[in-house]
Each structure stands twice: as structure tokens, then as C-alpha cells.
Write a protein that binds this ligand. Structure first.
Ligand code: ATP
Length: 307
């Protein structure tokens, strides 16, 4: 079976225990939990028994060891994860508000995950990679920009690019170069994961139909629209399939989209039908929100195969 590749940050997440807890005062926190959008994504791919790898960096510290152990145990190929001696593993602090919003403090750019360089791609083999999954949120500095720029030029024609822009339109608007790269990535994409807002922003169209038509014209063959607790839909130029929402108690929404995308892409490698990919991804996304910790709700292959 061919592999899935992602490039980006691995970090640990420390969570405030109380809703509306402030970062300005001392308080109780839980964690560390292994996190980082690409790490959550690739962990779910591995748990669906698909060979996969992540190009990333962690520090030579206990947080880094914890991340490596978890990803390896779950089946991720960790040989492309650098261990940096001088900088520590990335950290995110998160707190939840009673209106459902979240606040983060990231230690990322100056942490191990900020040390990836485009030369790190040179030793990688692309031969066995069937899907290169790109996450917009991982393009957080100039180097991550260069790495993705170079990677997108290196990938063989037969490798599919799946893309989750996962970025707020206001950030894109504030950085024209980033917008350029995102649009370049968009033009190479075959499978797109978006919210309706992101789709509208990327295509500059105002109706869903017009946005989808614009994607298909550009060569994207599958568009997956994520709708949080309202479920998800998959569109091709000849099909529209909806996944009805699964009713769950939402304990921690972080990572649902990454888990969903990991499950869907694993299904593509397994050559499941689109309907099955969507149904199992919807199940994985719903499961993700039921557990405290961004990666704790990822789903095992054996638990989904009868869904
Ligand atoms: P994040 O950026 O937090 O990872 P996202 O906006 O990329 O999230 P969501 O739409 O929140 O992605 O979640 C992805 C999918 O997971 C949804 O389309 C749905 O299938 C499932 N899901 C998410 N939240 C819930 C929920 N509360 N109840 C049921 N299913 C959910």
C-alpha cells in the first residue's frame, strides 16, 4: 500500500481545566497532550492502517519523546522527524470560553517545529507517496512557506495533493505572499477539505454551486465541506453525498477537522467508495470531540470497519 505524507508541526497541548479560565492568572491545567494539526491528521491515517509519514521536528526533551512514542505506537513512520538539540518541542496553551470560542498561546516559531528547512526535503523519497496532504495552518513562517513551495514542485505527477487551507481568511488577506502560495497549492489540489467560508474565500464566488464549479474547472475532483456538528458533505462534478450529523457530547472540539481529514484520506488509499470515506470520516470527526485532548479521540480501524 502506498503512503500518505504531511509536513508540519508536532507539539504538546496544555489545556485550561475550567471554562473561561484566564491566562492572566495562575490556574489548573491538564496535559501535555500530543498535538499539532498535521500530527493529529497523520495519527488518524496510521490508526486506519495506512502507511504514513510526517516531516517534522521535536526537541530532545520529554515532550518530544512523548510525541515520538505516541506517533510510533499508533503506526506513523517517524523516521522523517528531526530531533533538535538546541530548541525544545513546540507547546500550545488552550482555553475554552463558554460561548464555544477558544484562545491559544503558541510556542511554535521559536521551537523545534520552527527549525524545519527546505533542505530537509532532499533526503526524502517521493516514490511510494500516493497522497501529499497540505495544511494551511502549517505554513506559519518563511521556511514553512519555502518547504511547501519546494515540495509542491518535487511531487511526482501521480501523487495526489489534498489540501486543507485551515486558515482564517483575515490572515490570508493580511499576507499577500501567503495568499499567493495558498492559491498555487489550490491549483495543484485534487482533494479539498474546506468550510463553506473557506470555499467562498478561495474561489471568490458567493454561492456553493458556483464555488464548486470553480473548483472542478481548476482540476479539483473532490471537495469535502466540513460543517462541525451539522455533519459534512462530499461533492464531485457528478455526485453530492451528505453525512448526517452524529449526536455526541462535545467535550473538546480541537482536532475534529484534522481527524476527519485523516480518516477520509486513509479511506481514499483503502479505495473505499466516496460514501464510505465520508461516513467513516464523519464518525471519526464526531468521535474526536468526545475526548479531552486533541488526539485522544482518533479512531482505530477495527472500530470503524463495520460503520
Ligand atoms: P478544527 O479546526 O477544530 O479541527 P474544522 O472546522 O476543521 O475543525 P469541523 O467542521 O469542526 O472541522 O469538524 C470536522 C468534522 O467532524 C465535521 O464535518 C463533522 O463530520 C465532525 N464533527 C465535528 N464536530 C462535531 C460535533 N460536535 N458533533 C458531531 N460531529 C462533529
Amino acid at each position: 500500500m502506498k503512503k500518505v505524507l504531511v509536513i508540519g508541526e508536532i507539539l504538546v497541548e496544555i489545556m485550561a481545566n475550567e471554562k473561561d479560565q484566564s491566562f492572566l492568572d495562575a490556574g489548573d491545567f491538564s496535559g501535555p497532550y500530543v498535538s499539532g494539526a498535521p500530527a493529529i491528521f497523520i495519527d488518524q491515517v496510521a490508526k486506519f492502517k495506512v502507511p504514513c509519514s510526517i516531516l517534522a521536528a521535536v526537541g530532545d526533551d520529554d515532550f518530544g519523546k512523548m510525541c515520538l512514542k505516541k506517533l510510533k505506537e499508533d503506526g506513523v513512520d517517524i523516521t522523517n522527524i528531526k530531533i533538535t538539540a538546541d530548541v525544545s518541542t513546540g507547546i500550545a496553551f488552550v482555553r475554552y470560553n463558554s460561548d464555544g470560542s477558544r484562545n491559544f498561546i503558541f510556542h511554535l516559531k521559536n521551537a523545534a517545529c520552527g527549525t524545519l528547512r527546505s533542505e530537509d526535503l532532499d533526503t526524502m523519497s517521493w516514490n511510494d507517496i500516493a497522497v501529499f496532504h497540505v495544511m494551511g495552518s502549517s505554513i506559519f513562517n518563511k521556511e514553512m512557506f519555502s518547504i511547501h513551495h519546494k515540495a509542491i514542485k518535487m511531487i511526482p505527477d501521480e501523487c495526489l495533493v489534498s489540501f486543507d487551507p485551515n486558515i482564517r481568511p483575515e490572515i490570508l488577506k493580511s499576507d499577500p505572499k501567503l495568499k499567493e502560495l495558498i492559491l498555487d497549492l489550490f491549483s495543484k489540489t485534487k482533494i479539498l477539505f474546506v468550510t463553506e467560508d473557506e470555499l467562498e474565500f478561495l474561489t471568490q464566488k458567493t454561492s456553493l454551486k458556483q464555488s464548486l464549479d470553480s473548483c472542478f474547472t481548476k482540476g479539483i475532483h473532490t471537495v469535502i465541506v466540513k460543517r462541525g456538528k451539522a455533519g459534512a458533505s462530499v461533492y464531485t462534478d457528478s455526485q453530492c453525498i451528505d453525512a448526517q450529523p452524529i449526536s455526541v457530547e462535545e467535550v473538546d472540539p480541537t482536532g475534529a477537522g484534522d481527524t476527519f481529514a485523516g480518516a477520509f484520506i486513509a479511506g481514499v488509499i483503502h479505495q473505499w467508495s466516496l460514501e464510505t470515506c465520508l461516513r467513516r470520516a464523519n464518525y471519526a470527526g464526531a468521535s474526536a470531540v468526545t475526548k479531552r485532548g486533541p488526539m485522544e479521540g482518533t479512531v482505530l480501524f477495527d472500530n470503524v470497519i463495520h460503520k
